[in-house]
Ligand binder design. Structure first.
Ligand code: LRH
Ligand code: MN
Ligand code: MN
Length: 391
């Protein structure tokens, strides 16, 4: 297969792809052992958005930035949205944060203390106010809630409290807004996690209504989990709201997407393409959720966007007719070969061609490196902010 001979449909699909980048990828980050300071990191939400705009400027497919509240707290969110628009990007998902307060030691919305539950819910509602101001569609909810020891709290009562907070939040969102509910196998809770898997998230979303959807953070599963099955299942049910893309080797590593297992990323994008869910109108939001602890951040984000784009191009090159015929004939090896042919195609020449057609530099990494932006921010910004966690 030669990728450069790709059909106009494939080219149009690649041109229309949109990836959302996280504001927190641009701040200093690390592990609980050490946060490494890098030169030129943003000091304000505005500077994070400016860095995100660079990623879009060189890739042409990353026009949206997620915010995390309170990490990106500002006085005037409408003004922040206007600032983003001036730089050619827009504000996407608002990520709530109910995991960094002493009050949440025993949980946020599942806490046994009603006062603390109320405080957590008030934060979720405040995030909806922010969405109204920024024009955001998605409220992304991840709860660190859970217990560390058997007997510590009642598992079912915690589910009841979770359902109550979700229902109150769902009531508050507007007709064009959505709740994206994110699950994670474990951490920081080690015994019970209140939303540990897609099944739990899905069950809560079903109860809430159509505007509640599941987020798949690719780093949030047990090793060996077949994530593309989860993608296919949720797409079929119309409940796949979004991805938090990243790579993992061990736990929730938050490394660059496509770095650990590019084949898995291809298999995921194959399910997306098969379900015609790449289009923006499908409602699936392709977000990154990553930290660049030791590598430079803006190039780390550009590389990640390109990794998703390459996996997408390969998925678009799968010969759907040949695959369906092989599957119908029970041709196990033939069907597998159709998929592998696409995966083994070098799509980089095609993507370079498409970028050139759009007036972009064919090599975004090199173009950014040449631009002088890294040197400029290293001189201009002193005392950059920590991304928000991992002190
Ligand atoms: C939790 C998580 C969630 C948070 C983000 C910073 O591990 O994936 O999406 O909001 O990390
Ligand atoms: Mn996440
Ligand atoms: Mn995570």
């Amino acid at each position: 297969m030669t990728a450069t001979a790709a059909s106009p449909e494939v080219r149009a699909a690649l041109r229309g792809q949109q990836i959302e980048v996280p504001s927190w990828a641009y701040g200093n980050s690390g592990t609980r052992f050490k946060v490494f300071a890098q030169p030129g990191v943003p000091r304000t939400p505005e500077e994070k958005i400016a860095d995100a705009a660079q990623v879009h400027a060189y890739t042409g497919i990353a026009p949206i930035v997620s915010l995390h509240i309170p990490w990106d707290r500002v006085e005037d969110y409408a003004k922040l949205a206007a600032y983003a628009a001036d730089l050619g990007v827009r504000i996407g998902a608002i990520n709530a944060n109910v995991f960094q307060d002493d009050d949440y030691r025993l949980g946020s919305v599942t806490n046994p203390d009603p006062r603390i539950r109320r405080k957590a819910l008030d934060h979720l509602l405040e995030c909806v106010d922010i969405m109204d101001a920024t024009g955001s569609r998605d409220l992304k909810l991840w709860f660190s809630d859970g217990t560390n020891y058997p007997g510590q709290d009642d598992i079912r009562a915690r589910q009841d409290r979770l359902a109550e907070a979700l229902a109150a939040t769902y009531q508050r969102i507007g007709e064009h807004q959505r709740i994206l509910l994110e699950y994670k196998l474990f951490e920081p809770a080690f015994y019970v996690t209140d939303v540990p898997d897609w099944g739990t998230a899905y069950a809560h979303c079903l109860k809430l209504g159509e505007r509640a959807q599941v987020v798949i953070d690719t780093g949030h599963h047990a090793p060996g989990t077949n994530i593309e099955f989860i993608v296919a299942f949720l797409l079929r049910e119309g409940r796949l709201g979004a991805f938090d893309f990243n790579s993992r080797f061990y736990a929730d590593d938050d490394l660059m997407v496509g770095a650990a297992d590019p084949f898995q990323l291809f298999r995921i994008m194959h399910e997306i393409v098969r379900a015609d869910a790449l289009r923006v109108e499908s409602g699936v939001n392709f977000m990154l959720d990553q930290c660049h602890n030791i590598e430079p951040k803006i190039p780390g984000q550009i590389r990640s966007v390109l990794n998703v784009q390459e996996a997408t191009a390969k998925a678009l090159l799968v010969d759907a007719g040949a695959l369906a015929a092989a599957q119908a004939a029970g041709d196990v090896l033939g069907a597998n070969a159709v998929l592998m042919d696409a995966y083994n195609t070098d799509v980089r020449p095609l993507l370079r061609e498409i970028r050139a057609e759009q007036g972009l530099d064919p090599d975004p990494m090199a173009a950014y490196a040449r631009s002088g932006y890294a040197e400029k921010i290293a001189t201009a910004r002193v005392g950059g902010q920590q991304a928000g966690w991992g002190a």
